[in-house]
Design a protein around this ligand. Structure first.
Ligand code: UD1
Ligand code: CA
Length: 456
């Protein structure tokens, strides 16, 4: 197999996005457009990935600081040919070069592989028959079908404008030929740009065979120029993700009402109801149910657990056979062991809950360690913040916390203790027994009157 260099063109401004953010940093399925193209390049095992950047400058580069990429700045954009010229010092003369566009996120690695495999002694172009070819470069073929040129719309005759086979911008060729052809480019055209597409004529003159492979997958060659394009591609990508999950056996109540912005991996017999959003890396074990309207971000949810409607989970790990929600909120560093029940309007943060414990109603439990088989009553609040620092609460195995209890951290509740409802706990609660901390006695003032509204 020949060496492969990939040049990704990403210097364009993207004026029609009407955004201060560089076009290639807008997201499709939770990842920058350019990240999808880079993922394709990596899948092709290129020896070198070169990204031509310009507009937005260092922001684009910084977004991919963790990737092994050769960045080349095209400070002024004088056309696609000019863009590729900037890469010449970095190209390996003994490799093939594949040109990709940084704004085509659904680019298909399979089609690219086919191009690069043919590229050894040819110029191979990916083309597409477009119902409305307006704005694209047209593929010029002889009467016998040989490709002899690409003509840009602005330079085309009326007859050439009628051609529907268009240049997708994706092409592959031996780097040595590319370098030679790039040095011959001029900007004698309607846009006064250096057109990469002019290399087709040079190839013909040099008797190098030119092949245009026609793809039938329009989305895989669709570039993003506007928010409308972005929204359409997003739906296409979401539909593809949903199809993949269905094929793996996941039950999706409505594949059109699912959004995966990252990577979702599912075990067997997973069921996902409508309007769920999965962000980052989410792993759902066997038989997990995610009911309607849940948002789950960077979480691992073990087998048999049910996530009930309107639950929001971020950076959490949930054990087997738990029941979470409806209306639960699990914030970062929440870890639940198996058989835990978290009910409505319960918020957990940096809290670890051991096997079989319940926090079923209206509670805030933060910076807390909860033991096994603990029951935390409705309206329990861990007061973890003194206005300056956070403190931990420890609730040992078998504890029963009565409703409307405040636990003022740092505080520990001993094993099997019971706390009476309405207690404000600020000292260590010993193991076992009943601890009560309320106003001393219950008093009634029989003649007391409710205050009246003062008349204005
Ligand atoms: C180009 C092709 C056209 C093809 C179309 C497919 C040329 C001359 N024309 O059109 O045949 O049908 O793509 O979309 O090649 N870019 C740079 N630097 C530049 C100019 C462009 O990096 O100086 C990048 C853009 O960011 C973009 C890509 O190249 O990712 C294509 O540029 P764009 O202006 O969209 O394409 P056209 O030149 O209109
Ligand atoms: Ca252009």
């Amino acid at each position: 197999m020949s060496k492969l260099n990939i040049v990704i063109l990403a210097a364009g401004k993207g004026t029609r996005m009407h955004s201060n953010k560089p076009k290639v940093l807008h997201e499709v399925a939770g990842k920058p457009i350019l990240a999808h193209v880079i993922a394709c390049a990596k899948a092709l095992n290129a020896q070198k990935i070169i990204v031509i950047y310009g507009f937005g400058g260092e922001i684009v580069r910084e977004a991919f600081a963790h990737e092994d990429i050769t960045w080349v700045n095209q400070a002024e954009q004088h056309g696609t040919g000019h863009a590729v010229q900037q890469a010449v010092p970095y190209l390996d003369a003994d490799a093939n070069t594949l040109i990709l566009l940084g704004d085509v996120p659904l680019v298909d690695a399979g089609a690219c592989k086919s191009l690069t495999e043919q590229a050894n002694n040819k110029l191979v172009i990916l083309s597409f028959n477009k119902a409305d070819p307006t704005g694209y470069g047209r593929i010029i073929r002889t009467s016998t079908g040989e490709v002899i040129g690409i003509i840009e719309q602005k330079d085309a005759t009326e007859a050439q404008c009628k051609i529907v086979e268009v240049n997708t911008g994706i092409m592959a060729m031996p780097s040595a030929n590319l370098i030679k052809w790039l040095s011959r480019l001029t900007n004698n055209n309607a846009q006064k740009e250096y057109y990469l597409t002019d290399i087709v004529e040079f190839a013909v003159k040099d008797k190098v065979e030119v092949v245009a492979e026609i793809t039938s997958d329009e989305w895989s060659v669709t570039g993003i120029n506007s928010k409308l394009d972005l929204a359409q591609i997003e739906r296409v990508q979401q539909a593809r993700t949903a199809n993949k999950l269905l094929q793996q056996g996941v039950t999706l109540r409505d594949p059109a009402r699912l959004d995966v912005r990252g990577d979702l991996s599912c075990g067997r017999d997973v069921e996902i109801d409508v309007n769920c959003l999965f962000v980052g890396d989410v792993i759902l074990g066997d038989n997990v149910l995610v009911a309607a309207n849940c948002v789950i971000e960077n979480a691992v949810i073990a087998a048999g657990t049910q996530i009930l409607p309107f639950t929001h989970i971020v950076d959490a790990k949930i054990g087997e056979n738990c029941r979470i929600g409806p209306y639960a909120r699990l914030r970062p560093s929440t870890v639940l062991q198996s058989g835990v029940h978290i009910g409505n309007f319960v918020e957990l943060k940096n809290t670890q809950v051991d096997i079989g414990s319940n926090i079923n109603h209206l509670s805030y439990v933060g910076d807390t360690t909860v033991g096994k088989n603990v029951n935390i009553g409705a309206g329990t609040i861990t007061c973890n913040y003194d206005g300056a620092n956070k403190h931990r609460t420890v609730i040992e195995d078998g504890v029963f916390v009565g409703s409307d209890t405040q636990l003022i951290a740092p505080v520990t509740v001993g094993k099997d203790a019971t706390i009476a409802a309405g207690s404000t706990i600020s000292k260590v609660v010993p193991a076992g027994g009943l601890t009560v901390c309320r106003a001393k006695e219950q008093k009634t003032y029989p003649s007391w009157k409710r205050p009246q509204k003062t008349k204005k």
